[in-house]
Design a protein around this ligand. Structure first.
Ligand code: OGA
Ligand code: NM2
Ligand code: ZN
Ligand code: ZN
Length: 402
């Protein structure tokens, strides 16, 4: 009697998910919701059995010579007890997949979008001048150093708003380095691991003068351009200038895309020659850095992913046709006009650390005057986005396994 009831219950439970293999797909219909649907070729490719998958290294280990394109499902069933989809393939191979694992890999559009914005990268929220006060985020330097939750919030702000300001950093030349190490690894460049932004005799870079720095991104002349710029103010100028200027370059580019699509197209396609030739004060190696890239770069989804703009680092060599060059100047002028009109200005104080996405934010500073006893002094460092996103994911998903 009891066993009969058990059988009945298990038969009822089994009905909670039904499965079907047809037309090159496997479908799983749970009691509620849209059916989950997977290509058979993908299921075979991602078989989790010990023969096909090396769990400890999370690595696929079979099918290295050819793709698994010719295997077809012979039988499919849902095991209610194990909550697994079980597949018998025509070549007698067996696979089983946890339903939860499958759900996380749902091919449905909403699920893919959720994964891309929650795990892959937070979506950038673009902003204009009038929204600056609303998007401006501040964190205490010590909190970022001490508390993982604040580190996470700060990195998310950098990913979403594109910048953030840390307050209360000590008067120590190692602050920028500490912050880079707190995230992961500093990016060493031809300017060293950290660099000092102050007016220098025999300055080899325009930033090391007291002149205004027009809106720019650092290092467009690098293929692997620095991801974020950490600028720690040790001494701010007491002269009128030395203030920061800032524009969301993604906002400028997307306004261009909408309102002036032809200019957008030119800035997206015409490569500019970016260059940096010289030798930085204390660094051993002279450099000759060259990189050809458009002002606006798109990613695989067509989203704006990198802005290159640095008037001081744009080569007079322009390796495109004259027609392209002429069209480019027209589009570039429009871009700069928009960038200027959206720029905000603020002035950091000693102990502030201004950190921003160097692929996105056009930044600059107004002219200043050093005086005896007041020499403006910033220390900068760079970190790559690969390192930042990785850190952010380890903070958000400390138990992630696959
Ligand atoms: C730079 C820079 C800003 C400043 O050195 O590239 O943007 O405030 N400096 O001096
Ligand atoms: N510094 C500050 O692209 C640039 O050359 C910007 C970079 C010299 C490391 C300045
Ligand atoms: Zn297998
Ligand atoms: Zn800069």
């Amino acid at each position: 009697m009891l066993s009969c009831r058990k059988q009945l219950i298990s038969r009822l439970l089994r009905r909670q998910a039904s499965t079907l293999a047809r037309g090159g797909y496997v479908e799983v219909q749970e009691e509620q919701g849209q059916p989950l649907k997977y290509p058979q070729v993908w299921l075979r490719d991602n078989c989790q059995c010990a023969e096909c998958f090396h769990a400890a290294t999370r690595a696929r280990k079979s099918h290295w010579e050819r793709g698994p394109i010719n295997q077809k499902v012979s039988q499919v069933a849902y095991n209610q007890e194990k909550k697994q989809l079980e597949i018998l393939w025509q070549d007698k191979h067996k696979s089983s997949f946890d339903l939860a694992w499958l759900r996380e890999r749902d091919f449905g559009e909403a699920a893919r979008e959720r994964y891309l914005s929650e795990v892959y990268k937070p979506r950038a929220e673009i902003w204009g001048k009038s929204e600056f006060e609303a998007v401006r985020r501040e964190f205490q330097y010590e909190d970022v150093i001490q508390k993982d939750a604040v580190l996470k919030d700060w990195l998310e702000a950098l990913a979403i708003q594109g910048f953030a300001i840390l307050k209360g950093a000590p008067n120590d030349v190692n602050v920028a380095r500490h912050l880079a190490n707190r995230i992961g690894y500093i990016k060493r460049t031809t300017y060293g691991d950290v660099f000092e932004v102050k007016s220098k005799p025999n300055a080899g870079n325009y930033a090391y003068l007291m002149t205004p720095l027009p809106l720019h991104t650092d290092m467009p002349y690098y293929e692997y351009k620095a991801g974020i710029n950490i600028l720690h103010t040790l001494v701010q100028s007491s002269s009128k200038g030395g203030a920061n200027t800032l524009t969301d370059g993604f906002n400028v580019a997307s306004r261009l895309r909408k309102d002036f699509p032809e200019d957008f197209e030119v800035l997206r396609t015409v490569p500019v020659n970016w260059f940096d030739i010289g030798h930085d004060g204390d660094q051993a190696q002279p450099f000759h850095s060259l990189w050809r890239s458009p002002v606006i770069c798109l990613d695989v989804d067509g989203a704006i992913t990198r802005i290159n703009q640095n008037t001081t680092k744009r080569d007079s060599r322009f390796s495109v046709s004259m027609d392209e060059a002429i069209a480019w100047y027209r589009a570039y002028d429009r871009f700069l006009e928009l960038a200027q009109s959206e720029a905000v200005e603020f002035k950091t104080q000693a102990g502030d650390v201004f950190v921003f996405n160097n692929l996105r934010m056009l930044h600059g500073r107004t002219a200043y005057e050093d005086a005896p006893g007041n020499k403006r002094h910033l220390v900068g460092a760079y970190v790559d986005w690969d390192i930042i996103y990785s850190k952010l994911r380890t903070l958000k998903f400390p138990n992630a396994k696959d």
